[in-house]
Design a protein around this ligand. Sequence first.
Ligand code: AP5
Length: 222
Amino acid sequence: GKAEPLKVIISGAPASGKGTQCELITQKYGLVHIAAGDLLRAEVAAASENGKLAKEYMEKGELVPNEIVVMMVKERLLQPDSQQRGWLLDGYPRSSSQAAALEDYGIRPDVFILLDVSEDILVERVVGRRLDPLTGKIYHLKYSPPENDEIASRLTQRFDDTEEKVKLRLRTHHQNVDAVLSVYKDITVKVNGNEAKEHVFAQIDAALTHVGEQRKVNSGSL
Ligand code: AP5
């Protein structure tokens, strides 16, 4: 039979390059990118009740309560496009209870990619990050500068991208990371995320190609 679509979780500290790698992965693999942070920022921008509450936590660099996050991610995962094309889940789960919620719904990834980046590099990436509100593309003033002046003039900065706030986000990350890693230990691929983005992607690409081939073998189509 035909192999099922790929299901991927990508994780790593704040500014480790998850969003950047997700752009490259979706380009090649056509997976549906589901980013918990993006879903939350859309609620904040819409000024919904959930968005107003979420923003209080995001400004402190803390996890937004499960009542808001879990259903939001689950509903996106179960939509027809995610089921048909496969999915790439970014920034979720961030705690053992969020991982348990996925397991309860029978949602399990094929591979868990962990971006490993040293702390001094993370801070530099956060403070230089800029976003194009028109295309959603992620830039960095030094490492991924905008292509032209028109784009440069419209770039924005995230409200939680200050050196002070990233320290809070890092603390939250350290408090929760081990509990999440233990759930996916058997399917984790650790990637060196300190290198240039093309080199990081080459490592991820190799891992996903390998997983895809394994699945074809297992489903009997090879
Ligand atoms: P979220 O939006 O998920 O933020 P994050 O985890 O802090 O990650 P970032 O988006 O900051 O970074 P990234 O890893 O995507 O890096 P990027 O590719 O942009 O979460 C925000 C908040 O929402 C949380 O603090 C929390 O409050 C809440 N939240 C989210 N999920 C939640 C959940 N499940 N439960 C509860 N609350 C939740 O790269 C960063 C910069 O570096 C860019 O400028 C980029 O151009 C540059 N760069 C990337 N790769 C490279 C490279 N290889 N070399 C040089 N520069 C690079």
